[in-house]
Write a protein that binds this ligand. Structure first.
Ligand code: ATP
Length: 353
């Protein structure tokens, strides 16, 4: 039997999918390590669900191949892949209790009753639902139903767990709680997991690595913090949170924008000419007017609990600044200010022709 190293547990090699004239996925290649939690992240229509469906076996690739533990999956039907699935809609059987729902996959696989009962009990314990084993889905909250769906996917001891927007039906607070829980369960079970989501915060909270997709391709694959800190292009920069664009004239080690001269970090020192730089809102500081910095005026400020989001008008366009909540509001609306930053916070977005 073929074997694969643990870093090549799941391999997508040049995978593509077209539906008639629509090319949903182009040439996707990725290697997923055993136990890894990988996110497929991108806006609606970027091809993430199609990619997941091909791994699950509901769609066949038009080109390329998918290998699980070194074996090509082509020709193996979805039901024989031993893959656990959780979707946005919980898809529980309404006429079955929680325990019966969870046991269903084991019955299909003809697992003997005593073993079935033990495994259902373990799966329910894992998602903290032992006390609700005899309830019906309609008697449960959305979050509880999604935990049943997770237990049902895990009880078959899948080689791979595929999650398609599993938390998007839940309200914001519950979603955050479930993110923590999902991450803990995945770690404890150690199952290799692929998550499809359009929610960058969710992908960052859950995943070891995120593959950011655009137009059917992976445009960057990295640890979430690395992709956030060093986005490959303007699309990734914007998709992974707020980002400011600063058009500057670079002349070797230093730059100038709206009359403000500032130093550049070493990786950008060799650049010349007009360059679009990117800087995250939390990397900007608001100083009183007259201090060295990019001049501006506070346009608006919104209190968001842990921090303020301040919009500052500058000759280079509006800049968003997040200011940690220190118990007092930052500068007044209409106040003249200067924006300052550390050179190492600047990233290159793209060269402007
Ligand atoms: P969403 O978050 O909205 O589900 P997605 O990133 O998962 O989006 P896909 O569902 O993979 O995107 O779709 C990718 C592209 O392929 C879209 O343009 C979609 O319209 C198209 N597509 C998907 N399934 C089919 C199909 N069965 N027939 C024709 N086109 C399809």
């Amino acid at each position: 039997m073929a074997t694969a190293s643990t870093s090549d547990f799941l391999v997508l090699d040049g995978v593509a999918k077209s539906y008639g004239p629509v090319q949903a996925v182009h040439d996707v290649s990725v290697r997923v390590a055993q136990g890894e939690f990988l996110g497929l992240l991108g806006p609606s229509g970027c091809g993430k669900t199609t990619t997941l469906q091909m791994i699950a076996g509901f769609e066949a690739p038009s080109a390329g191949q998918i290998l699980l533990e070194g074996r090509a999956l082509a020709g193996i039907p979805a039901s024989k892949r031993n893959i656990g699935l959780v979707f946005q809609s919980y898809a529980l059987f309404p006429h079955m209790t929680v325990a019966e729902n969870v046991a269903f996959g084991l019955e299909m696989r003809r697992v003997p009753k005593p073993e079935r009962q033990a495994r259902v009990a373990r799966a329910l314990d894992l998602v903290h639902l032992t006390h609700l084993a005899d309830r019906f889905p309609r008697q449960m909250s959305g979050g509880q139903q999604q935990r049943v769906a997770l237990a049902r996917a895990l009880v078959i001891e899948p080689r791979l767990l595929l999650l398609d927007e599993p938390l998007s039906n839940l309200d914001a607070k519950l979603r955050e709680e479930m993110q923590v829980e999902l991450r803990e369960v995945q770690r404890r079970v150690g199952v290799t997991t692929i998550l499809v989501t359009h929610d960058q915060q969710e992908a960052m909270a859950l995943c070891d690595r995120v593959a950011v997709m655009q137009g059917g391709r992976i445009v960057q694959i990295d640890a979430p913090w690395r992709a956030y800190d060093a986005p490959a292009d303007p699309f990734v920069a914007d998709f992974l949170g707020r980002s400011n664009r600063l058009l500057a004239k670079l002349d070797g080690g230093a730059a100038e924008a709206a009359g403000h001269r500032f130093p550049l970090p070493a990786p950008l020192a060799a650049l010349r000419g007009e360059v679009a730089l990117a800087i995250r809102p939390e990397r900007l500081r608001i100083l009183p007017a007259g201090q060295p910095g990019l001049p501006g005026m506070v346009h608006s400020r919104v209190f968001l609990g842990g921090f303020w989001l301040v919009r500052v008008e500058t000759p280079c366009g509006d800049m968003l600044v997040t200011v940690q909540n220190t118990g007092t509001p930052p500068a007044e609306e209409g106040a003249a200010v200067a924006l300052d930053w550390d050179a190492h916070s600047l990233r290159r977005l793209e060269a402007v022709a």
